[in-house]
Design a protein. Structure first.
Length: 452
């Protein structure tokens, strides 16, 4: 097999060199060479992926979305504690909607250090250098944090990672929006190249399998329902790390509200974001209402998307807003993940979507959903999630609800939230936690492949 791999690698290099010299070639010849390179890569990946697993199952976690690390953290920690796994975290660069260049790896690195996670850093400009190291590590499985190749440097795109078994735990606990309406042919939430290539996809609830069977080419053949590991982790971390960034006043504790704007502010994509339409109203509210404290927690892609070229706000307008926000005595901002403690310390959330509509329910506290009229329709799972929230159309309606809850109004959605939390955690599934179920599934899958 080493000789075969060496020969294939030499073919790749030769074909790549021919493509680099393709300026003088016809369009048809260039397409032919690209096709030949693709076929050779696929053969290399097939041979590499056929390696029998060693004594320990080597698992690499490619981390570009540190804010969503809670989706994978319990899996990583369970592997560290297991005798038959060897997990390794790797920080890589990223590019979120509205951004043109890759970056942010230094922030990811710092956050991983704060969490005490030993890791490699693939911060190099040429991501294919990182890919070479990744291949040298010879992982049995690779966890990548999302299906979106756009967000990730090309060296870690789907077609480059097929030499190992790809695993996926969605960064969101469930698909709230009906994303199949976004594409004429392929649902990006069930039938992307990543979904088609993945060895195992771990979802929270059975309705997701039904969705895959309807819309995915692989017909849920690579999917397992295990509950979502983020659910129990956020609840646990909330109790352990409760914190509120605004210093308590001598006069006593004020009502604590989290405001979380989504990034989908345009007329394309999910169409949930309302920040450009409401940010002045929100600023006026918190400036005039000394009875509340408000922490602003943007979606990680929100600021770059809102202020991109041609976006609804300029960078200067956003900077002016943030400067005024930060100057107030009853406001703060939160970013870069680690939000469970913030949720635990708060009293209520106001959001236009999407993930926090579900996740805040784990804490059994009121979720006020500021609903945009033209948003993408909800999925069946989304309808269940929305039943645990309080939809409103305007900031004025949201303000009235906040004051009602501050005055002691009982949240009538509390039991729905408890039911949703148990459902998403997979409490009626097989024994153990979602993370434990995932490790069992990986062990079982590799054993089956090793059988003669």
């Amino acid at each position: 097999m080493p000789q075969d791999m060496a020969a294939l690698a030499e073919n790749v290099k030769t074909t790549q060199q021919e493509i680099q010299n393709a300026a003088a070639l016809s369009e048809e010849q260039s397409r032919r060479l690209q096709g030949e390179l693709y076929k050779i890569k696929q053969t290399v990946n097939l041979v590499a992926g056929a390696r029998p697993a060693g004594k320990k199952i080597k698992a690499v976690f490619l981390i570009h979305h540190i804010e969503a690390w809670d989706s994978l953290a319990d899996i990583y920690e369970a592997m560290l504690a297991a005798e038959d796994f060897a997990p390794l975290a790797v920080s890589i660069r990223r590019r979120f909607p509205g951004e043109q260049n890759y970056g942010f790896e230094n922030i990811i690195h710092q956050k991983l250090l704060e969490l005490g996670i030993e890791h490699l850093r693939f911060s190099m400009e040429d991501s294919f250098e990182g890919l070479d190291i990744l291949k040298a590590l010879a992982p049995d499985i690779i966890f990548r944090q999302s299906q979106w190749d756009w967000d990730i440097p090309p060296g870690f795109h789907v077609e480059e990672l097929r030499f190992a078994r790809l695993c996926y735990v969605p960064y969101a606990v469930t698909a709230v929006a009906d994303t199949r309406l976004l594409a004429k042919e392929r649902d990006p939430a069930t039938d992307s190249d990543f979904h088609r290539t993945a060895w195992k996809i771990f979802y929270a609830t059975e309705d997701q399998k039904t969705r895959f069977k309807k819309h995915a080419v692989r017909y849920a053949q690579n999917m397992e329902i295990v509950g979502h590991p983020k659910v129990k982790r956020l609840i646990r971390l909330g109790r352990e790390q409760e914190h509120w960034p605004i210093k308590q006043q001598i006069s006593g504790r004020r009502f604590r509200l989290i405001w979380s704007p989504h990034h989908s502010v345009g007329k394309e994509w999910l169409r949930f974001g309302l920040f450009p339409a409401i940010y002045q109203d929100m600023l006026a509210w918190v400036k005039s209402d000394n009875s509340i404290e408000m922490v602003l927690s943007f979606h990680p892609a929100a600021i770059s998307k809102i202020t991109e070229a041609g976006g609804p706000l300029s960078s200067e307008e956003m900077a002016a807003f943030l400067q005024e926000w930060d100057s107030l005595p009853n406001t703060a901002r939160h970013s870069a993940g680690n939000y469970a403690g913030l949720m635990q310390a708060s009293d209520c959330m106001l959001t236009d979507g999407i993930s926090f509509l579900a996740e805040y329910q784990f804490f059994t506290k009121p979720v006020i959903f500021l609903e945009r009229a033209d948003h993408l329709p909800f999925s069946p799972a989304g309808e269940r999630i929305i039943a645990g929230t309080h939809p409103v159309k305007t900031v004025a309606e949201a303000k009235k609800l906040v004051h009602d809850f501050a005055a002691g109004c009982v949240d009538v959605k509390a039991q729905v939230q408890r039911d949703n939390t148990a459902w998403l955690a997979g409490e009626k599934l097989a024994a153990g936690t979602a993370a434990e179920r995932i490790l069992r599934s990986i062990r079982r899958g590799i054993r089956e492949e090793e059988r003669p």
